[in-house]
Ligand binder design. Structure first.
Ligand code: C2E
Ligand code: MG
Ligand code: MG
Ligand code: MG
Length: 282
């Protein structure tokens, strides 16, 4: 029974657990080294204005190519960085590099940057970001911070304060993965978001699932009535793009519109004429 095996586990040598612990210890060690050696870099995925077809900004997405293992999913190493207490260091490094990269883009192109749930409990987050932006001389109005709905609900008080501070600095805030958490819509109305990002799980199926279509429509209506821009995440087909334009969604992001790319490739994309986004009404 479950009870018996639980009692056993205390005394018994479990080789699988030992391997797991060793692997985990090695992973932590590699992660610390990678952070120290600047091996974790942001890639950039276009955010496209669905009215004009132009790239309006890029979202920075952390990439770690772990020696001998290949790319580690950011959700995994971000969580470990939180657990071993190095998320601030990692995030500061990524934001610094992203600002330096974004300075080479046209200054109308914005930079979106993800803030991890744990960072939202840091009351000094606002000051840290301000200091960093000053150091690299990056204009706050070009920066947009993405906060997930779930992180927000767990840290509502600190998050409210941080959002307030960010607005004072001219930094915009988007609500990431909207629809996956359980936020109370009246809570949302108290928070000053500039943008909501509809989670890709809705975009994935809204054309074939009537209920999801209704939800997407009401998220778009909510966004426009609160004066917020709405971005659809995970746009993978021309069909989805056409439907979103039809529904009046303001922004899109997804493999169909552009995949995450290195800083060098991103610069090339921006410098190539007619390669920006898609051709509106084509
Ligand atoms: P997110 O902020 O919601 O980012 C969007 C994710 O969707 C990215 O995954 C992106 O590569 C992926 N994606 C974009 N277009 C499509 C599409 O058309 N189809 C599909 N299936 N996926 C698409 P990625 O890069 O693996 O990042 C996963 C999550 O990890 C991010 O979700 C974000 O929450 C977190 N993350 C990534 N970079 C950072 C970072 O620098 N800091 C923090 N705190 N979190 C990060
Ligand atoms: Mg995001
Ligand atoms: Mg998202
Ligand atoms: Mg996500």
């Amino acid at each position: 029974s479950a009870k018996r095996s639980r009692t056993k586990r205390v005394a018994r040598f479990e080789p699988e657990m030992l391997i797991t612990n060793m692997e985990r210890a090695q992973l932590e060690k590699d992660l610390l080294n990678a952070i120290a050696n600047n091996e974790i870099k942001p890639f950039y995925q276009p955010l496209v204005d669905l009215e004009t077809g132009e790239i309006s900004g890029f979202e920075a997405l952390a990439r770690w190519n772990r020696k001998g293992h290949g790319f580690v999913p950011p959700t995994e190493f971000i969580r470990i960085a939180e657990e071993i207490g190095v998320i601030t260091e990692l995030s500061d490094h990524l934001l610094r590099v992203a600002c330096l990269d974004a300075q080479k883009w046209p200054d109308t192109v914005s930079l979106s940057f993800n803030i991890s749930p744990l960072q939202l409990s840091d009351p000094h987050l606002g000051l840290r970001i301000l200091k960093l932006l000053n150091e690299v001389d990056f204009p706050p109005h070009r920066l947009e911070l993405e906060i997930t709905e779930t992180a927000l609900i767990n840290e509502l008080d600190t998050a409210t304060e941080i959002i307030y501070q960010m607005h004072q600095l001219g930094i915009r805030i988007s609500l990431d993965d909207f629809g996956t958490g359980y936020s109370n819509l009246s809570q949302l109305s108290h928070l000053d978001f500039n943008k909501i990002k509809i989670d890709r799980s809705f975009i994935d199926s809204f054309q074939t699932d009537e209920k999801r279509m209704t939800i997407v429509k009401s998220m778009l209506a909510l966004g426009s009535s609160l004066g917020m821009e709405t971005t659809a995440e995970g746009v993978e087909t021309s069909n989805q793009l056409a439907a979103l334009i039809e529904l009046g969604c303001s922004r899109g992001q997804g493999y169909y519109l552009g995949t995450p790319a290195s800083s060098e490739e991103t610069l090339k994309l921006l410098e190539t004429p007619h390669s920006r986004g898609f051709t509106a009404n084509a």
